[in-house]
Design a protein around this ligand. Structure first.
Ligand SMILES: [Fe+2]
Length: 366
């Protein structure tokens, strides 16, 4: 049994400014990686650049990271970082910039390599990396994975290197301005991390501490997601805390079948990541319960649901349905059955019929 997470994590109000010493100690020239808009409007980019300016640390900014960032974008940013001679990287944003930042930190640290190295297994180390999340779902500030879009393969996949951020600065104030839809989608991503980590072939007592406590925390978010309560500063801090706890859980186990299923839906139909994972959760739990019902009962009771059916109804109310054609369903099922690595994350043998059942009961088939 093993637990490993080397990220130095701080979760508090005004976190970036409170930990300017830790941030400024990371290097001599910073490379800020972010998306086009949100970091500029939610105050996170200003907080980071204020700290760097005060510490006399020069920086450059790459703000072209798109949703579901591609290997091509990572390569473009890395060329800029290499040219500028940066020696540490700061990712600001949701999962896309944070994941892209990890891959960029690896490529800039190894100027002899091209992006081809991302999916090989060499002995490469990344530049020091700090992560400032501005959505409440990814957990990427404490996980070693970096999921990129691989257009050549028409899917998404994590790079082959484990890159834990050295520093995670987590502050709920950055989600004050996100839309309700983004709040829901990212919180459901955190939910998927908790459920998939708890129902995973690598689950053990050390990581159950995070998945189970995270599920309990997540249950307190439900009234906000249903619109029964207004989020305030304290609630926003809990959304972020829950997301980081869920990240600590998947940092140990990885995700499982709902995430594997989501990649296809996101690539083909641009369904946002959390939404795409969430639609498969209830059917996944029902399938799992055929083998080990007590685990599913634990998950449901921590979340405050009486049955998998009531959990399914809750998610259906929260997430719009996704439809695919019957031809694509066949393709999708075949693809998944070929993904031996991902199937191994499920603790039991699973048949093609069972995979197809999860997909058909989660999607609208046209
Ligand atoms: Fe996720």
């Amino acid at each position: 049994m093993r637990f490993f997470d080397p990220s130095n994590v701080f979760i508090e109000h005004d976190c970036v400014k409170a930990h300017k010493k830790e941030l400024a100690a990371m290097g001599k020239k910073a490379f800020i990686i972010t998306g086009r808009h949100s970091a500029k409007t939610n105050g996170s980019q200003d907080d980071v650049t204020d700290v760097l300016t005060e510490a006399g640390i020069p920086y450059i900014i790459f703000d072209e990271v798109e949703e579901n960032p591609s290997v091509e974008t990572v390569a473009k940013a890395s060329a800029i970082g290499k040219e500028a001679g940066v020696d540490f990287v700061i990712g600001i944003g949701g999962g896309s910039p944070l994941d892209a930042g990890k891959a960029i930190a690896l490529l800039v640290a190894n100027p002899q390599e091209t992006e081809e190295c991302l999916y090989t297994r060499k002995n490469l180390k990344a530049l020091p990396y700090a992560a400032v999340p501005t959505t409440c779902g990814t957990g990427a500030e404490v996980t070693p994975n970096a999921v990129l879009t691989r257009h050549a393969l028409k899917t998404k996949g994590s790079i082959s290197y484990q890159i834990f951020p050295d520093l995670a600065l987590v502050d709920g104030k950055y989600i004050a301005s996100i839309s309700r839809k983004l709040l829901v989608n990212t919180a459901v991503d955190a939910l998927a991390h908790l459920v998939e980590s708890r129902l995973h072939s690598k689950g053990n007592i050390l990581n159950y501490m995070f998945s189970e406590y995270g599920l309990k925390l997540w249950s307190d978010l439900i009234p906000y997601l249903k619109g029964e309560k207004e989020t305030d500063s304290e609630a926003r801090q809990f959304f972020m805390l829950t997301s980081t706890v869920a990240g600590l859980a998947i940092a140990q186990t990885g995700t499982s079948l709902p995430h594997a299923m989501s990649y296809f839906i996101t690539y083909r139909y641009q369904v946002p990541h959390g939404h795409a994972c969430g639609i498969f959760l209830a059917a996944y739990m029902k399938e799992y319960a055929k083998n080990r019902p007590a685990d599913v009962e634990t998950v449901l009771s921590l979340l405050g649901f009486e049955s998998a059916d009531s959990f399914a109804v809750f998610l259906k109310d929260l997430l719009e349905p996704v439809s695919i054609s019957s031809e694509e369903l066949v393709l999708f099922t075949d693809d998944l059955m070929k993904n031996a690595g991902k199937l191994a994350t499920y603790p039991f043998a699973i048949s093609k019929e069972a995979v197809s059942e999860i997909l058909t009961s989660s999607l609208l088939i046209e």
